[in-house]
Design a protein around this ligand. Structure first.
Ligand code: SF4
Length: 399
């Protein structure tokens, strides 16, 4: 048997090259310093975030994100939900370049679901063990405000046990403009009608140059997206923050997105009001969209690196969700060791991402197997991360 004796390191080299690779880590001294700080509980700076995007190996970023996730959630469990996305209309006045879901007014394929049809979908959700619905539409210019109030009231009265998570920031912003009132007023009226929490949809990349390029600026500039979430928090409604990336944005622009979320969360936590429950990054699906073939979309490695850096940067957001829907079950499985402590919903129905070519599907049994195979205990949760009240979960420590 031959032995290999390690050659002594040359300290002079690292003194001359401040960014020289650190033996055994594979990355750079700047990466090692940033990760040591974050592992010690410090907050990443913007520049450190950029260093991680540019210089960290995906495994370095993932290992640090896993350590931080285990510090925040020491029990080896991964949560998931059973809910349904109900798109009450696909008619939309906007033409986002990344969207394959919308239909313009007057299009033969345009629809608005009758309440009875929405009720039927909720009943199917309940029968499958679902605890919530996510209501989201295109932005329909003709629906009166009373439509939204009546839809919420109908659901609250008929299915009080089903959580109503509804209306993205662009829908709320549009209603405020249409009603010539404030975002806070729209949210308060919807809350009175039965709204319980607000999803993070419509965020795409929270940087207005990118929003302009992908035709998402008019529907909600970054400041309006942030205002909707701040006002919802002030009214006592939890919300989520999402990011759709891989639309040709730079790493700086991804970090600017993280920064908007972190600042909104800081402000809401400082006020002692509600806040973001989770950060949900997912990747742009290009099929059938106006952007098909125009940008380099994000693959698995880019997704995992971004997920890990999100976990590290967003030190004030409790949960980070892995995306099996856009990345498939294999990457979804790895995501649980890259900072994700949740895999989102099995999604009994999903139309928006499916329209853009993502046809990943997962039943509850498959979700349970995926989480167990990755070495974690699956725990079913509710929309705002309240734990399942079934006997299997009742005795676990609080989330
Ligand atoms: S992403 Fe939303 S706002 Fe944009 S076109 Fe599609 S449905 Fe309309």
């Amino acid at each position: 048997m031959s032995t290999v004796s390690a050659a002594p390191l040359a300290p002079a080299a690292s003194a001359i090259l401040p960014n020289a690779p650190v033996p055994g880590l594979g990355g750079s001294r700047r990466v090692a310093a940033a990760l040591a700080r974050v592992r010690g509980g410090a907050r990443l700076t913007f520049d450190e975030g950029l260093t991680l995007f540019w210089e960290a190996t995906v495994l370095e970023a993932g290992a640090a994100a896993d350590a931080v996730r285990r510090r925040k959630h020491p029990v080896d469990r991964v949560t998931y939900q059973v809910d349904r996305n109900i798109n009450y209309t696909n008619v939309c006045i906007y033409r986002c370049a990344f969207c394959a879901f919308y239909r313009p007014a007057g299009d033969a394929e345009g629809y608005v679901l009758p309440f009875e049809e929405i009720g039927r979908k909720v009943e199917e959700t309940i029968a499958l063990g679902g605890t919530g619905i996510l209501l989201q539409g295109g932005i329909h210019a003709e629906l009166p405000f009373s439509f939204y109030e009546e839809m919420l009231s109908f659901l609250r009265e008929k299915y009080p046990q089903v959580h109503r998570h509804a209306f993205s920031a662009p829908e709320i912003h549009f209603l405020a403009k249409k009603e010539k009132t404030t975002i806070a007023d729209v949210l308060a009226r919807l809350q009175k009608a039965g709204l319980q929490s607000v999803p993070g949809g419509g965020a795409e990349i929270l940087e207005d140059e990118v929003r302009k390029r992908i035709w998402a600026l008019t529907k909600a500039p970054t400041l309006k997206w942030a205002e909707v979430h701040r006002e919802a928090h002030r009214l006592g409604m939890p919300t989520t923050a999402t990011m759709m990336f891989g639309v040709g944005e730079t790493h700086e622009q991804r970090l600017q997105h993280f920064d908007v979320v972190r600042r909104v969360q800081d402000a809401s936590l400082a006020d002692g009001v509600e806040s973001f429950t989770a950060f949900i990054p997912w990747t742009f699906q290009e099929e059938n969209t106006a952007m098909d073939g125009t940008v380099e979309t994000a693959g698995g490695t880019d997704y995992l690196r971004t997920l890990a850096i999100a976990r590290l940067y967003l030190d004030n957001v409790p949960h980070v969700q892995g995306s099996w829907l856009t990345q498939g079950a294999k990457i979804g499985s790895v995501a649980m060791s890259f900072g994700a402590d949740d895999l989102g919903s099995i999604m009994i129905e999903e139309n928006v991402v499916a329209a853009a070519g993502s046809h990943n599907k997962m039943g509850e049994e498959a979700m349970l197997a995926l989480i167990r195979d990755a070495g974690f205990t699956p725990v079913k949760r509710g929309t705002v991360y309240e734990r399942c009240q079934e006997a299997c979960c009742r005795d676990l420590p609080a989330l």
